[in-house]
Design a protein around this ligand. Structure first.
Ligand code: NAD
Ligand code: DAU
Length: 357
C-alpha cells in the first residue's frame, strides 16, 4: 500500500511526512512544485528513506500525475499543496486561483480517471483527502460559537475564496462522480518548519534579530492555534476512519489575540535567550497598518471529529509554543537559510538529480 501527497515540502506537509514515517511503514510519494514555500531541507532526514519518494512537479500537470498514479498505485491522495499566505494573495491573487482552484480541479480529475482503473474493492477503499482551512467560513464576532461543519461559507480574502472554491469542487466530485472524498478545515497551525513570513516564526526570528515585531492594526484579532503535529495526526485519523463525502473541522480550542501570542513569545525568549541590554523583546513590538479585509476572529468547533473519530489535540498553546520556540532556537541555520534564500541553492546542489524522478 502507498499514499500520494502533494505539497509536502511545505510547512504542514513536511511535518506530515515525518509524522507518517514515525507511525507507519507505508510508503509516501510526495509531489511538490517547490515554490518559494517548498523547502527540501525540511525533509533532509527522510530523503534517503526508501519509504519516501520525492517528485518535483506541479499538481496541475496531468501527464506527470497520471503517470505517478499509474506507477505507484496509491490507495489515497492527500492534497496539501496550495498557495497559503493571505498577505501574498492580497498582492498577487492569480497564483492562488491557479494552484488552489485549477490545481485541485486537475488533481480531482486525475484521481477520478485513476480510480476508474481500480478493481471494485480497491476503488471503494480509495480516498481523496483535501486539506483546507477555517478561513473559508469568514470572520466571527466575539460572542459567536466556533465554526462547525455546517457554517455557511463567507470567504473574505483571495486566499480563502480560492480555498472555498477548491472545497466546493471536492464536494461536487463526490456528489457527481462518487469520488470518495474527505475534506478537513483546520485552524492556524504552528511548529517546526513554518516559513518565517507567518506570524509566529516571523516574530521569533525578528525578536532574535533585534528587528521590529509588526502587529497589524490593534493586534486584537483572534486565531485558534493548533500545534502542527496534532493537525497531522488528525489528518491520519480522518484518512483511516472518516466517512467519504464528509467534512471534518480541526482546531486546537486555543483562542488567542495576536498581541497575546506575540507577548507570550517575547516572555519565553526573555527567559531562554535574555537580551544583552537587559531589556525585553516586547519593547520591539510595533503596531503597523492593518491587513486589507483582515478577519477579526476564527475559532473551530471540533466536536464532530472528537465524537465520531475520537481525535483530540495533545498540545495546548502553552506546551506547543514551548516546543516551537525550542525548535527555532535549536535550528538557527534553518531560519537563516530561508531568510537569505540559500535554501533554494541547497536544493539545487543537493537534490537536483532527484527532481522529476
Ligand atoms: P506552505 O505554503 O508552507 O506549503 C505549500 C506547499 O505546496 C509548498 O511546498 C509548495 O511548494 C507546494 N505547492 C504550491 N503550489 C504547488 C503546485 N501547483 N503543485 C505542487 N506543489 C505546490 O503551506 P502550509 O501552511 O503547509 O499549508 C498546507 C495546506 O494546509 C494548504 O492547503 C493550506 O491551505 C492548508 N492549511 C494551512 C494552515 C496553516 O495554518 N498553515 C491551516 C489550515 C489549513
Ligand atoms: O486559519 C488558518 C490559516 O492560518 C491558514 O489557512 C493560512 O494558510 C495560514 O497562513 C494562516 O493564516 P493567517 O492569516 O491567520 O496567518 P498569519 O500568520 O499570516 O497571521 C496570523 C495573524 O497575525 C493574522 O491576524 C495577521 C496577523 N499578523 C501577521 C503577520 C505576518 C500580524 O499582526 N503581523 C504580521 O507580521
Amino acid at each position: 500500500m502507498t499514499i500520494l501527497a502533494t505539497g509536502c515540502a511545505g510547512f504542514i506537509g513536511s511535518n506530515f511526512v515525518h509524522t507518517w514515517l514515525e507511525q507507519t511503514d507505508e510508503p509516501i510519494v510526495n509531489v511538490d512544485k517547490l515554490t518559494y514555500a517548498g523547502n527540501l531541507s525540511n525533509l533532509k532526514t527522510v530523503m534517503n528513506d526508501a519509504r519516501h519518494t520525492f517528485v518535483h512537479a506541479d499538481l496541475a500537470n496531468r501527464e506527470v500525475m497520471d503517470e505517478l498514479l499509474k506507477v505507484h498505485r496509491p490507495r489515497a491522495i492527500i492534497n496539501f499543496a496550495a498557495e497559503s499566505h493571505v498577505d501574498r494573495s492580497i498582492h498577487s491573487p492569480i497564483e492562488f486561483l491557479q494552484t488552489n482552484i485549477l490545481g485541485t480541479f486537475h488533481l480531482l480529475e486525475a484521481a477520478r480517471d485513476y480510480r476508474s482503473t481500480l478493481q471494485t474493492e480497491e476503488a471503494s477503499a480509495f480516498r481523496f483527502l483535501h486539506v483546507s482551512t477555517d478561513e473559508v467560513y469568514g470572520s466571527l464576532s466575539p460572542s459567536e460559537p466556533g465554526f462547525d461543519e455546517l457554517h455557511r461559507y463567507e470567504p473574505n480574502s483571495p486566499y480563502s475564496a480560492s480555498k472555498a472554491s477548491s472545497d466546493h469542487l471536492v464536494r461536487a466530485w463526490h456528489h457527481t462522480y462518487g469520488l470518495p472524498t474527505l475534506t478537513t478545515n483546520c485552524s492556524n497551525n504552528y511548529g517546526p518548519f513554518h516559513f518565517p513570513e507567518k506570524l509566529i516564526p516571523l516574530v521569533i526570528h525578528n525578536a532574535l534579530s533585534l528587528k521590529p515585531l509588526p502587529i497589524y492594526g490593534d493586534g486584537q484579532q483572534i486565531r485558534d492555534w493548533l500545534y502542527v503535529k496534532d493537525h497531522c495526526e488528525a489528518i491520519m485519523t480522518v484518512l483511516s476512519k472518516g466517512t467519504p463525502g464528509e467534512v471534518y473541522n480541526i482546531g486546537g480550542n486555543q483562542e488567542k489575540t495576536n498581541l497575546e501570542v506575540v507577548k507570550t513569545i517575547c516572555a519565553k525568549l526573555d527567559a531562554l535567550r535574555p537580551k544583552t541590554n537587559g531589556g525585553s523583546y516586547a519593547e520591539q513590538i510595533t503596531f503597523v497598518k492593518d491587513r486589507a479585509g483582515h478577519d477579526r476572529r476564527y475559532a473551530i468547533d471540533a466536536s464532530k471529529i472528537k465524537s465520531t473519530l475520537g481525535w483530540t489535540p495533545k498540545e495546548d498553546f502553552a506546551s506547543g509554543i514551548e516546543k516551537t520556540i525550542a525548535w527555532y532556537l535549536d535550528h538557527p541555520e534553518w531560519v537563516e537559510s530561508v531568510v537569505s534564500g540559500a535554501y533554494k541553492d541547497w536544493v539545487q546542489t543537493q537534490y537536483s538529480e532527484r527532481t522529476g524522478s
